[in-house]
Design a protein around this ligand. Structure first.
Ligand code: 13P
Ligand code: SF4
Length: 310
């Protein structure tokens, strides 16, 4: 296929032609964020997917997000620009092992972070995201034991916030694990007035220094509303594009990873999507997300519970 010079115009034309909506996560490259119809965190994107009238959903994010959109919209075509856009956190929780884990804790209710496969969702009672996890756990009766999967860092944070013991699946995100406490503290010494804002997927040594902890949308809102004008941002730096757009006079410094020589705080899966692949996906109506109907039906229930409880 020939790639048109002006991808923005070509994508907008295809959008009309297909009656498509483009949903994008904040960790996408700036061009994709700029062409999206809706930009959000995982919760916002799933709410958007649940309510769209479009016939085609183009999901500029990772596989589990597009899968969630498909679970909610079985009759719509859901496109993901690059099918290889996975997630280390979702991969850290294989269904067979998780099923055995669940069976070993029979009386527990299963709350799973949305960053997991459709198979794991199908084994869960309630889904949550980083923006509603505390709220959802707080709605579970005190005496009810809980399994929390698959992110141990979000789980630990939720446990601290709610005072609840959670039986944890020990998964983690390769991006949020790379931030260096030492280098963040060095940056803070260099910029003493800066506020450190962090995603709860970060590890405890980083979260300990944070002035504010929240989902990507919460971090964006906080940075806009705070009277401070400098921020050290401990999450995937794609979000900084929106932070700068919303507050052009403020300074946003991406929190450094352990290794200075790589952009290892960028999510390698999210960044597989490009404007060109987005165009080709719409042009060719592929790659599309598909799944077995029994898995879809089982995975839908805990997502609906999340949407009701949010
Ligand atoms: P939120 O979109 O909920 O902030 O989560 C970030 C993330 O890691 C998505 O993969
Ligand atoms: Fe998964 Fe981490 Fe990438 Fe989010 S940032 S998609 S949790 S690997």
């Amino acid at each position: 296929h020939e790639i048109p010079q002006d991808l923005f115009t070509a994508i907008n034309e295809l959008k009309q032609e297909l009656n498509a909506v483009i949903l994008a996560h904040y960790y996408q490259e700036a061009d994709i964020q700029d062409i999206a119809d809706y930009l959000g965190d995982s919760l916002g994107l799933s709410q958007q997917a649940a309510n769209t009238d479009a016939e085609v959903i183009v999901f500029a994010g990772v596989h589990f997000m597009a899968e969630t959109a498909k679970i909610l919209n079985p009759n719509k075509l859901v496109l993901l620009p690059d099918l290889e856009a996975g997630c280390s956190l979702a991969d850290s929780c294989p269904p067979k092992e998780f099923k055995a884990f669940k069976e070993a804790h029979q009386d527990h209710i299963v709350i799973s972070y949305i960053n997991c496969s459709a198979e794991i969702k199908a084994l869960s009672d309630i889904i949550c995201t980083s923006s509603n996890a505390v709220k959802i756990v707080n709605q579970i009766p005190q005496e009810q034991p809980i399994i929390f999967a698959p992110d141990r860092n979000l789980g630990r944070y939720v446990s601290e916030q709610t005072g609840r013991d959670l039986v944890m699946w020990e998964g983690s995100c390769i991006v949020h694990e790379t931030f260096s406490e030492k280098r963040i503290v060095e940056l803070k010494v260099e910029h003493p007035t800066a506020e450190i804002i962090a995603h709860p997927e970060c590890e405890p040594p980083v979260l300990r220094h944070a002035d504010f902890i929240g989902s990507t949308t919460a971090l964006l809102n906080y940075s806009q509303n705070s009277p401070k004008n400098k921020f050290i941002v401990a999450t995937e730096p794609g979000i900084i594009h929106q932070m700068e757009k919303a507050a052009p006079n403020k300074l946003f410094i991406p929190a450094p990873g352990i290794d200075d020589n790589c952009a290892c705080n960028e999510c390698p899966y999210m960044r597989l999507n490009t404007l060109e692949k987005l165009y080709l996906a719409m042009k060719n109506k592929t790659p599309e997300i598909t799944m077995a109907e029994d898995i879809r039906i089982a995975a839908l229930k805990p997502i609906q519970r999340m949407l009701e409880m949010s």
